[in-house]
Design a protein around this ligand. Structure first.
Ligand code: SF4
Ligand code: SF4
Ligand code: SF4
Length: 277
């Protein structure tokens, strides 16, 4: 019974994704959704299982398992633009397909349940950025967060203009914008990480998707909380946090609270086990 309880979060995640997989398969009469959500849920459950087993690269396994699937299989092989431009594109077309479903589950409604879990376990941009050496940001946070609204607006205007101007071959343009957009994300993300000595600088200042993610994750059900009676104010949790979150405050308004990517590093580092998910 105790063993079953230990692996319950892994089983719950798999159950949620499997229910989504079967429901979408039956509702949309497309077996792709059964495969897609079983695959993603399977990797997330595997990651949680490995984390419970204290395997130190558990998160990396999920990041590469899910990230490469989305980037290479869905994006390049299946020709589905999974970036924000793809979301606008399919939204304007009125098509409820992989990119729109992906955004609805991972970035619009899912964050009410699992916050920025997408950013910790599945994003193919962060999958590479997290390999860089600046895992703990060096230096204070910059006031550059406004850039995300510019990149968000540019992506919307770009796709909106393609539709308004009746540009032909939109499918081809979307494919190449996926390739060029990702190349740019990696180039800017890696350069910024090196310049600011912070692996996640791109996530903090540039990424347009955070415009969706941050408001919903404010209300996230799954979040790190502290037992204030146990906390000895050693500061280790803040030091290891790649997103500068102050988890020693349980308020939803805590410093950088909507930035937590649920990596669990703070939980592992706390010497008195005062933190939990
Ligand atoms: S903030 Fe953007 S780039 Fe960073 S992990 Fe989240 S979705 Fe990926
Ligand atoms: S270290 Fe803790 S607070 Fe920081 S992102 Fe990871 S889980 Fe969230
Ligand atoms: S690491 Fe634990 S004890 Fe130290 S400040 Fe954070 S919550 Fe408190």
């Amino acid at each position: 019974m105790e063993k079953l309880k230990k692996y319950s979060s892994s089983m719950i995640i798999f159950f949620i994704f499997e229910t989504t997989a079967v429901s979408l398969w039956l509702i949309l009469d497309n077996i792709f959704y059964l495969f897609n959500f079983t695959y993603i849920g399977g990797f997330l459950a595997l990651g949680l299982f490995l984390y419970t087993k204290k395997y130190q690269h558990a998160r990396l396994v999920v990041q590469f398992g899910v990230g490469l699937y989305m980037l290479v299989y869905l994006g390049i092989i299946c020709n589905e633009n999974m970036q924000i431009e793809g979301f606008w594109y399919y939204l304007f077309l009125g098509v409820f397909e992989a990119a729109t479903i992906h955004y609805a589950v991972a970035k619009l409604f899912g964050p009410f349940l699992f916050g920025r879990g997408w950013c910790g376990y599945a994003c193919w941009t962060a999958m590479i950025l997290d390999l860089l050496p600046y895992k703990q940001p060096q230096g204070s946070r910059k006031k550059l967060g406004y850039i995300r609204y510019i990149t968000f607006s540019v992506s919307l205007l770009f796709v909106g203009a393609l539709f308004l101007l009746h540009v032909p071959n939109l499918n081809k343009i979307m494919f190449w914008s996926f390739i060029i957009g990702n190349t740019l994300y990696y180039a800017v993300g890696i350069s910024l990480a090196v310049m600011l000595k912070d692996n996640r600088a791109f996530c903090k200042y540039i990424c347009p998707i955070t415009v969706f993610l941050k408001p919903a994750s404010y209300f996230a059900y799954m979040r790190i909380t502290v037992d204030e009676k146990k906390c000895i104010s050693c500061g280790k949790c803040k030091k290891v946090c790649m997103m500068d979150v102050d988890v020693t405050n349980n308020s939803r308004k805590r410093e950088n609270g909507t930035e937590c990517v649920l990596c669990m590093k703070c939980i592992d580092e706390c010497p008195v086990k005062a933190l939990k998910l």
